[in-house]
Design a binder for this molecule. Structure first.
Ligand SMILES: Cc1cc2nc3c(=O)[nH]c(=O)nc-3n(C[C@H](O)[C@H](O)[C@H](O)COP(=O)(O)OP(=O)(O)OC[C@H]3O[C@@H](n4cnc5c(N)ncnc54)[C@H](O)[C@@H]3O)c2cc1C
Length: 418
């Protein structure tokens, strides 16, 4: 007898859970609110699909911060190399870029998704698009808004893989949070992660420099003992881009706690303060300060403009103070940008609410996976890695749950929700 499994959400986490369940012999039905699956995954491929990262696993798992332990356990079952092997089995070879990030050979998501969906269909996975899950029916079962009207389903096992709350037009809108809270599941509020931040630029600076990149700079967060070299972009509202995203968790927390926060920007991370001071101390004669900055420090364009934006007249006139500013330029951030603009979400179903198989302790037979779990990580392939791994773990948990239903043991729990 085949058992029926339902997966809600056709992002990488849900598709992975569906694959494991189908391989385990279940009849798998995957429901998604959108017209097609994997919308955010496809978007991720637009800028070059960063599948995972090649760094050593101990460094890799540290990227998950407070959730290192939980994600480590999942990556132990489906880690970065397993992900690359899995992609290769779909005919998608990967390579390691100069930054250590791992990409498909052609950088795109579409060929991988196409090959994957073909394999899932061949495995018998049934896709039901434009079915929005809207909660549980009073008498039990899952309620959907579907093209034919409301539908109610009674699966034997359920995997929720509903994503976070960024880029809601691609399907993940976080509406599931209230549905789970109503069932007593502990959910940490969804917050923007890998997001931009607002800065009160002068109109002069914003109009001239929005869209320009600050390359080879370091962001330092003294309170969090955090420093990283990289690049980011000045935008009309403030700052965004990979280095800012990497700092985003600490910046968001600091703004939550204090209303605003100040980061320090090192415009010359490869140079010591002593070197910068000595260079600026050279007499500049009749040359302008801009020329002096450019010829002595190589600082020009948006970097020089930032010094003018932040420094007062006295600092601009004092070589030692200007040197100190170049090495630790304070930028005050007023707010994180809205979650809908973020690359990913922090918050979600708390791990305390889940067992090791990612099943909700209070809703036996319901498993959760992907970005809807309460973890966050910087960009660099860490997001997809954890989504795939958690989809795998939840899929295996759901598969084993179904197997136990088939051969109930005296102490086994029944399905509470379905
Ligand atoms: C611009 C951008 C670029 C990115 N680039 C990368 C990258 O290069 N590398 C990387 O690691 N990560 C990247 N990410 C992040 C990565 O794409 C996500 O972390 C990942 O897609 C999350 O997978 P998921 O399966 O948990 O959820 P999602 O991919 O969000 O899928 C969730 C699915 O659930 C469906 N759904 C939601 N609610 C309901 C409901 N009530 N009923 C039915 N269906 C519902 C949605 O329609 C959606 O299809 C990027 C994100 C963005 C926005």
């Amino acid at each position: 007898m085949r058992r029926t499994a339902v997966v809600l959400g056709g992002g990488p986490a849900g598709l992975m859970a569906a694959e494991v369940l189908a391989a385990g012999g279940a009849e798998v039905h995957l429901y998604d609110a959108m017209r097609s699956v994997g919308r955010k995954f496809l978007l991720a491929g637009k800028g070059g699909l960063n599948l995972t990262h090649s760094e050593a696993l101990d460094a890799f798992v540290r990227r998950y911060g407070a959730r290192e332990k939980e994600i480590d356990a999942m990556l132990g079952r489906f880690g970065p190399q397993a992900l690359r092997d899995w992609a290769a089995a779909l005919g998608i070879d990967t390579f390691v870029g100069s930054s250590g990030r791992v990409f498909p050979r052609d950088m795109k998501a579409a060929p991988l998704l196409r090959a994957w969906l073909q394999r899932l269909r061949a495995q018998g996975v049934m896709f039901h698009m434009r079915h929005r899950w809207v909660g549980w029916a009073p008498a039990g079962g899952l309620r959907f808004d579907a093209p034919q009207g409301e539908a109610v389903l009674q699966p034997e096992v359920l995997v929720l893989a509903l994503g976070g709350a960024s880029w809601s037009r691609l399907g993940s809108d976080g509406a599931w949070v209230d549905l789970l809270l109503q069932r007593g599941v502990a959910v940490a509020p969804l917050r923007p992660s890998n997001c931009g931040f607002e800065v009160d630029w002068s109109a002069h600076f914003a109009t001239r420099h929005a869209g320009q990149a600050l390359k080879s700079v370091a962001i330092e967060l003294p309170a969090a003992s955090w420093r990283q070299v990289g690049e980011f972009i000045v935008s009309g509202y403030g700052i965004e881009g990979s280095l800012v995203y990497a700092a985003s968790a600490a910046l968001r927390e600091a703004i939550d706690a204090h209303g605003q926060t100040t980061l320090h920007l090192d415009l010359l991370p490869a140079r010591s303060l002593e070197w910068v001071s000595a260079e600026l101390a050279h007499p500049r004669g009749s040359r302008s300060l801009s020329t002096h900055l450019k010829s002595r420090l190589g600082v020009s364009g948006v970097k020089a403009a930032l010094l003018y934006e932040v420094a007062d007249k006295a600092t601009l006139a004092d070589a030692a103070r200007l040197a100190a500013l170049s090495k630790a330029l304070p930028l005050t951030l007023k707010a994180a940008r809205p979650i809908d603009e973020a690359i990913s979400s922090a918050g979600g179903v708390r791990f305390e609410a889940l067992d090791d198989t990612l099943m909700l302790r209070d809703l036996p037979g319901v498993f959760c996976a992907g970005e809807m779990l309460d973890w966050e990580a910087p960009t660099g392939g860490y997001l997809l890695s954890a989504c795939f791994a958690s989809g795998r773990v939840a899929g295996e948990g759901a598969r084993d749950w179904l197997a136990r239903l088939r051969t109930p043991s005296p102490g086994s729990r029944g399905t509470a929700i379905l």
